[in-house]
Design a protein around this ligand. Structure first.
Ligand code: NAD
Ligand code: ZN
Length: 362
């Protein structure tokens, strides 16, 4: 069975592309009571960059500043946002939802667009094709590049029992705006961690067993762009940001016909048990994976040094046996990742003990 995958319908790309958002939204504003919901990262609420002043909202619209600073998006957070929107407008559906932020906000916007038309808590829909009704029109404006969340068919949420995406065709954005000026002010460490998500997506996509010419074509080009961004000294910051946005998008497309691998399996364990953010969790995990990803890990360490990033070390010293076991539980349950990374016979090659040893090296 071949994947019959859906893509983002429309995408505007380039320096200044964000200025087109207002015009794009005009097409959604048909009836007099039509309104748009903007879900914006809370970091922009107090004037960091000029995003707040540039939100093309009208008096009838709703602007929600969502806090993703202390934790990754949760099912509870999405439920609350959905409930507050519908309560505010007597259950009238928005004409569109716009997410402005990093991967966390991309996921909250995608999930909210689904949850306004699906009853109950979003935790009921964590998984593949569990959503019953199509969501509403939604648009993503990434303010950090790397996760590929702007193009993927999943909205990753942490729920009471698992970190898992709401995954279906309707999750995909109808519109995306990629403007390198919008990502210009990301602090260096975050720029590095999230960008490395893209690098690692490509490494995992390319080295696994489930890829094809399509995923390799996007993965190879995206990997080259990441290498340029993090190792080439002759690029301006704007050129780097533009390349990284395209790398992120193409890395995400590569995964459409491939999978992530061992690093993401470990990283999910770290995020679930200790709440580490996705980008940094990937970096902590990738640093111990030379047996799986060889020269790529050497190259990754070169990038870490070049950008003066200090990765957290000696973490395992303070982890209890029970915490490590819970991470192993989360990691080993991600069978599709192991299947892709190691092959169908992965259970003969990977044991709880070998995964445990990787965590103990972090
Ligand atoms: P993020 O959205 O979690 O943001 C990281 C931090 O940077 C936050 O504190 C945020 O407030 C801040 N920030 C965002 N934009 C900024 C800007 N322009 N300037 C300054 N600060 C800014 O970071 P991320 O790495 O882009 O996303 C990680 C999330 O994406 C995780 O929740 C992960 O689960 C999810 N993810 C989803 C997919 C998918 O396919 N849906 C893929 C990978 C990761
Ligand atoms: Zn990732």
């Amino acid at each position: 069975m071949f994947k019959n995958f859906k893509s983002v319908d429309r995408c505007v790309i380039g320096k200044g592309a964000y200025n087109q958002l207002g015009e794009i939204l005009e097409k959604r504003r048909i009836a007099s009571d039509d309104y748009i919901v903007f879900i914006v990262d809370k970091v922009f609420e107090n004037g960091l960059t000029n995003i707040k002043q540039r939100i093309p909202s009208k008096p009838n619209d709703i602007v929600i500043y969502a806090d993703v600073n202390d934790h990754e998006p949760t099912t509870e957070q999405v439920d609350e946002i959905r409930d507050s929107i519908l309560a505010n407008k007597n259950s009238l559906l928005p004409a569109g939802i716009v997410g402005i932020g990093g991967g966390s906000i991309m996921d909250i916007a995608k999930a909210t667009a689904l949850m306004v038309t699906n009853e109950g808590s979003s935790q009921l829909y964590q998984g593949l094709n569990l959503i019953k009704n199509s969501g509403i029109w939604h648009c993503g404006v990434p303010t950090i590049a790397g996760t590929g969340a702007e193009v993927s068919m999943t909205a990753v949420l942490t729920g009471p029992t698992k970190k898992l995406g709401l995954k279906c065709d309707w999750t995909i954005f109808d519109q995306v705006i990629l403007d390198p000026e919008v990502v210009a002010d990301v602090p260096t460490d975050q720029w590095f961690y999230t960008g490395m998500d893209s690098y690692i997506h490509c490494v995992e996509s390319l080295t696994g067993t489930l890829n094809n010419e399509f995923s390799r074509a996007f993965g190879e080009k995206s990997l080259l762009l990441c290498q340029e961004v993090y190792l080439n000294d002759n690029l301006t910051k704007l050129e780097k940001d533009e390349k990284l946005m395209i790398a992120s998008y193409m890395g995400g497309l590569s995964l459409t016909y491939s999978e992530v691998g061992v690093c993401h399996a470990l990283s999910y364990g770290l995020s679930y048990v200790f709440g580490y953010r996705h980008g940094i969790a990937n970096c902590i995990a990738f640093d111990v994976l030379e047996d799986y990803y060889g020269d790529y890990v050497t190259e990754f360490r070169k990038m870490v040094t070049k950008h003066n990033v200090t990765l957290p070390k000696n973490l395992a010293k303070s982890w209890s046996n029970e915490e490590i076991e819970r991470m192993v539980d989360t990691t080993i349950a991600l069978e599709h990742m192991w299947n892709h990374a190691v092959g169908k016979d992965w259970k003969q090659k990977v044991s709880r003990d070998s995964i445990r040893k990787l965590f103990e090296r972090m």
